[in-house]
Write a protein that binds this ligand. Structure first.
Ligand code: GLU
Length: 492
């Protein structure tokens, strides 16, 4: 079997099922779809496959929209924006499948099956016991309803099955894998007893009606592809090309799943403070080689310019969060300071550290402090610990236990000496604060710098580790710094 070679306008789609928090695989497939579409000047379509009523989750669709938009993976047609092939939600297309089923029944490529679930179970058990291959035994094939009703295991409402030929050629050409083979399929159900089409029928009809030229999806669908090609052929529809992306795997090589790995959930990355452009770069690298010179940091535009299906690695990539953390750090450092400050503010609003509309004063403090933390962060979420001291009022600052544990006996003396020096400083700037404190505490009292400055750091920030001390004091301001040092002194 070969894919079509016609030159239709390039149209690719991603077809997530709204069954909960969006899966990272949806972004991964969308990214590869988009790289090709943007390179070829085609269209990218978002279709929601929501016919599995049992697994449907109401808020999932909105989360799919939000997370893909957050990543900049935007579609040209979809349920929210419409398009020439609307509707883009499978549940709104249910009436479209019937004519195709009728054609398959009339041409004898499909047949009704009235076997009850119990009968199918018994049949399967008997096949397994006899060590025979399992598969539908075609008890219903060629029988009228009346003939079948006379036999045991009859169910009132039939399903529709494909009549898979015994000599079906199960090979097909995959854009990533070349010639690919799949196991011989069973007589696949295409219409369920509830009247809903199964995925196999709906995907073929929808892809055909939406003019999809390239079907890009996870490797787990390889075994379904011969059935889909058969449906296209029986119905006389033009075949798309197929590309099966390698599955994303946990470090133990198992398939990445939302149950086992938080990183399977797209919303997790945002909560953790990954930058969308870093995640996009990472998702590309999972199945695509670095640049010729070994460079792993590249933009979406560079990815598009270079994109070639033949370069996609068919072997399942490991989802390495250390690598993503490293990449995120690279992106954080490459941002302008004001841009990073804006991202930090958004992140702290998202996680509830700041309100939805942060006060101008808080935003200003974050902007001033961002250059102090830019080199020290891999994730936006780390800014929370480092900048928290700027965002609380002096009275609410809590000195953390591990910070207090750093204080030695001479801490009180250090603070007592530092306070009048700080009060007397003519100008409140980091360089002057540092010079005056060094002169008094290190040169004057002969203290090691660590012993001299730790009590000040703990008093001002409440933490053991903070952004650079003198800059932090400058940003916090003289009044707050002194109020906090006096409060620490009183607690010693
Ligand atoms: N709804 C299917 C999924 O979520 C889509 C598979 C396909 O793209 O054909 O995996």
């Amino acid at each position: 079997m070969t894919a079509s070679t016609s030159s239709r306008p390039v149209r690719l789609r991603v077809a997530p099922s709204p069954t909960g928090d969006p899966h990272v695989g949806t972004a991964y497939i969308s990214l590869f779809d988009l790289a090709f579409v943007r390179q070829q000047g085609g269209q990218f379509i978002l279709r929601i496959e929501d016919t599995d009523q049992a697994r449907f989750r109401q808020d999932s669709e909105a989360q799919i929209f939000d997370t893909l938009h957050w990543l900049g993976l935007n579609w040209d047609e979809g349920p929210d924006i419409g398009g020439p092939f609307a509707p883009y939600r499978q549940s709104e297309r249910l009436d479209r499948y019937t004519p195709y089923v009728d054609r398959l029944l009339e041409s004898g490529h499909a047949y009704h099956c009235w076997c009850s679930t119990e009968r199918l179970l018994q049949m399967r058990e008997a096949q397994q016991k006899a060590k025979k291959p399992t598969g539908y035994d075609r008890l219903c094939y060629g029988k009228t309803r009346e003939e079948r009703a006379a036999l045991p295991g009859f169910s009132e409402i039939p399903v529709v099955r494909m009549l898979i030929p015994a000599d079906l050629d199960t090979r097909f050409t995959d854009l990533i894998r070349g010639e690919t083979n799949a196991p011989h399929p069973d007589d696949q159900v295409i219409v369920k007893a509830d009247g809903f089409p199964t995925y196999h029928l709906a995907v073929v009809v929808d892809d055909h009606e939406m003019g999809i030229t390239h079907v890009v999806r996870g490797e787990e669908w390889i075994s379904s592809t011969p059935k889909h090609i058969l449906l296209y052929t029986w119905l006389g529809l033009e075949l798309p090309k197929f590309a099966h992306m390698p599955l994303l795997r946990n470090p133990d090589k198992s398939k990445i799943s939302k149950r086992k790995n938080p990183a399977a959930r797209l919303t997790w990355f945002r909560e953790q403070g990954y930058l969308p452009e870093a995640l996009v770069n990472f998702l590309a690298l999972l199945a695509y080689p670095p640049k010729e010179d070994g460079r792993e940091v590249f933009t979406f535009e560079e990815f598009v310019a270079d994109f070639d299906w033949a370069k996609v690695n068919p072997v399942g990539p490991i989802f390495d969060l250390d690598k993503l953390g490293w990449l995120n750090g690279q992106y954080i450092r490459s941002l302008g300071s004001d841009e990073l400050a804006a991202r930090i503010v958004d992140h702290l609003s998202l996680t509830g550290v700041l309100g939805a509309e942060p006060a101008a004063g808080q935003v200003e403090l974050i902007r001033a402090a961002t250059p102090l933390v830019q080199e020290r962060m891999q994730l936006l979420s780390e800014s929370e610990g480092m900048l928290a001291f700027l965002l609380v009022s002096d009275g609410d600052l809590v000195i953390q236990d591990d910070a207090r544990a750093q204080l030695k006996d001479d801490a009180a003396g250090v603070v007592d000496t530092a306070i009048p020096v700080l009060e007397a400083l003519p100008k409140w700037v980091a360089a002057d604060i540092e010079e005056a404190l060094r002169a008094t505490l290190v040169d004057g009292l002969g203290l090691k710098p660590r012993l001299a400055f730790t009590p000040l750091r703990v008093g001002v920030t409440g933490r053991r580790i903070s952004p650079p001390l003198f800059e932090s004091m400058e940003i916090l301001g003289r009044d707050s710094s002194l109020v906090r040092l006096r409060a620490l002194r009183a607690s010693l």
